[in-house]
Ligand binder design. Sequence first.
Ligand code: HEM
Length: 128
Amino acid sequence: MVMLELFNFLHFIGLAFGLGGATIAAIISSKAAKDKQVAKVINKILPSVAKLIWTGLVLLIISGIALPFYIQWPLDKQLLIIKHILVFWIVVIGIIIGIRIKRKKNVKGLSIINLILWYGVTLMSCFA
Ligand code: HEM
């Protein structure tokens, strides 16, 4: 019983880190686009936010794999498969964003796509 609560808790912590981090990254980035002073220091804060998002994703994936072993009620497998596909794209796009940022290339479009994916997965999970 305790394991279900523990992995559920880790899933929620991962959600808070990931969704929260992705939202904060979007806010800081849009500020930087409008304000040169923010743009100058953005590389001092964004890597920490990126680490928060990756930590959240790892927690979500580990606890998400563990949860079905402890859940007693029937799972909506189709919904979970769609969710896994979306999570896969969040990870792939996240890696591309990381590479492009290092090369000082534009990541605005990709960041918006990932933010929408984050909220989409969260919304979907409310129906599972
Ligand atoms: C962006 C990534 C993810 C987000 C935002 C997310 C979000 C959520 C949320 C909000 C819930 C509902 C929590 C609850 O009612 O206790 C949930 C449940 C669940 N998640 Fe995730 N999740 C993510 C990734 C994953 C991954 C990668 C897996 C599996 C490998 C997974 C497996 C599950 C399972 C099995 C449940 C329980 C479903 C149920 O109670 O019917 N999740 N998720």
